[in-house]
Design a protein around this ligand. Structure first.
Ligand code: SAH
Length: 237
């Protein structure tokens, strides 16, 4: 069995790369920017694929996440992909900083294509999440929420309108791109997201994100230990 994490930022992946002592496989995806780490936990292969970097900073966002997910699935053939990282959430929906959620749905919130017809529906995405997500969340006592993805860290009024209309709870920049690629291959996708900022707190998002990044990545690591334990001990893959 093989579990493959797809992670955007080094800060998000580093705590559990260190925890499991998994090693970097140099040049595996060259010339693509994504980076492969590989190790073994409870007899299961654990991969972490990072989106990679350009100009010294992490390639956050949908394009790099889609490239990383496509490469990971085609070259590693994982049984499950886990998209793990940080997100914004909403205080009015009961969220708090550094809380970890499991995704129960995923869509794009910044694709403004009008119509309830095929164009409008297709652009929203709404890709399937792994069918075992709810059982995992219940077993580990984690909250669930719908991931909505866009290309920006800030939130414009039109983004909020879309998020509210479709019941979005966890705002990120990669989830739906990962989900799109997984849906093409019918590879199960699990979302594990830790809250760095509250979109309705009134604070400046980047400042709030930066202030809470370390704390959110620590709770993310602890949650991922539980997730990896749960997944590796599951018998029927
Ligand atoms: N310059 C920053 C960029 C981080 S972008 C840095 O390198 O430190 C934010 C990342 O965290 C993205 O990968 C995104 O998925 C996630 N994220 C956290 N809070 C978010 C929010 N409120 N909206 C969108 N993405 C968010």
């Amino acid at each position: 069995m093989r579990i493959c994490y797809v992670v955007a930022m080094v800060a998000e992946a580093q705590p559990f790369i260190e925890r499991y002592g998994i090693r970097k496989v140099e040049g595996f995806f060259a010339p693509l920017p994504c980076q492969l780490y590989e190790g073994e936990v409870n007899g299961v292969t654990l991969n972490v694929v990072l989106n990679g970097q350009q100009q010294g900073s992490d390639l956050v966002g949908c394009e790099a996440a889609a490239v990383a997910t496509l490469s990971a699935i085609q070259q590693l053939h994982p049984d499950i992909v886990v998209n793990s990282g940080t997100c914004g959430a909403f205080r009015e929906k009961g969220a708090d900083i550094a809380e970890v959620y499991i995704g129960n749905g995923v869509m794009f919130h910044d694709r403004r294509v009008p119509g309830d017809d095929a164009w409008g529906t297709q652009s929203l995405g709404n890709y399937p999440v792994w069918e075992g997500s709810q059982a995992l969340a219940e077993a580990l006592g984690m909250k669930m929420g719908k991931v909505t993805t866009g290309s920006s860290l800030d939130m414009q009024p039109c983004d909020l309108e879309m998020i509210q209309k479709h019941g979005g709870e966890l705002k990120d920049m990669e989830g739906a791109a990962v989900g799109f690629v997984c849906s093409l291959f019918k590879t199960p996708i699990l979302y594990v997201k830790s809250v760095t900022d509250l979109c309705d707190s009134g604070a400046e998002t980047f400042e709030e994100f930066s202030r809470n990044l370390h704390r959110a990545c620590e709770t993310l690591k602890t949650a991922n230990e539980q997730v990896i334990d749960y997944l590796t001990k599951r018998v029927n893959w």
